[in-house]
Design a protein around this ligand. Structure first.
Ligand code: THU
Length: 134
């Protein structure tokens, strides 16, 4: 396995410990890699008003935008101790599409059902995404 793939996965795993998920008890961690080599972390943050919950992936991407990244998403690793193949929700897939490099896919790194690290593509989970022509 590629060293970077494992590194991103392990960072997502480590940061999942900071998840604030007292309601679902479903911690999630995410680590996003941009083409300049920078990595951004996120965890899910829940609220007593359940619908206000923020997903780990979108928090990682928000963190990237806050630091000035608006394009160039190369890969994102997602980990939950509760779910082996923790596929991102549809809203997070749409967010990934927003920040990908022009005409390039995004690698999504997940643990498979046997606990091995596997790579997928954004286009596999979201073959089409919402857009509007300017
Ligand atoms: N969650 C994420 O962090 N990412 C996803 O892609 C889907 C779900 C979180 C939200 C909530 O805190 C918990 O997982 C259970 O739904």
């Amino acid at each position: 396995m590629e060293k970077m793939t494992e590194e991103l996965f392990l960072e997502a795993k480590e940061i999942s410990k900071n998840s604030y998920s007292p309601y679902s008890k479903f911690p999630v961690g995410a680590c996003a890699l941009f083409e300049n080599g920078k990595k951004y972390l996120g965890v899910n943050v829940e609220n007593v008003s359940y619908g206000l919950t923020l997903c780990a992936e979108r928090n990682a991407l928000s963190n990237a935008v806050t630091k000035g990244e608006t394009t160039g998403l190369v890969a994102i690793a997602i980990y939950s101790p509760r779910q082996k193949m923790c596929v991102p929700c549809g809203a997070c897939l749409q967010w990934m599409a927003e920040f990908r490099r022009e005409n390039k896919d995004v690698t999504i790194i997940l643990e498979d059902d046997s606990g091995n690290i596997q790579t997928h593509l954004l286009s596999e989970f979201l073959p089409y995404n919402f857009k509007f022509d300017k």
